[in-house]
Design a protein around this ligand. Sequence first.
Ligand code: ZN
Length: 177
Amino acid sequence: MKKIEELSPNERAFVESIYAQCTEEGDCLIWGGRVTSSGYPRIWIDGKNLMVRRLLVELKYDRPLASGEIAASKCKDPLCLCWAHAKAMTTAERRAETGADGGYSSHTKGLRISISHRKTAKLEGGEESAVAIRMDSRASHVVGPDYGISASMVRKIRRGVAWKTIQSPFAGLGARA
Ligand SMILES: [Zn+2]
């Protein structure tokens, strides 16, 4: 596996251009550019829509991904492009992970939706916690564990994607759980 310093000047310039669009959050580099409909970093190069993490993993492993392999991240954050976190894994490994902790692939989009609802419903303290999370200036990776939710859930709450529109149907669930 290659280190960033071992890349060719062109490759390194590409990786640096990617990281210029990322924000450091704990150990992670969180992509701030365009994403696919399933929430994965993408860029346009020569008229093609390319998956950013796949490009990074292929540079890191110095080979194209095999069929049946996907570009993943050790931290399981779909937006993280950290070099140290980027890894290749097989779809079978990903499926095993999905069962274990709610990771997901495009094949389990429906599952992903139900998981995010479950996490939302389980936010302890409900809307009050959501407000506190939005006001908390710490990184989402630090804030998440305090509330028993993932970093990406923290970002969803901060963007108003979670705990805004579904506040009333789920009201009180956190308190009862
Ligand atoms: Zn990461």
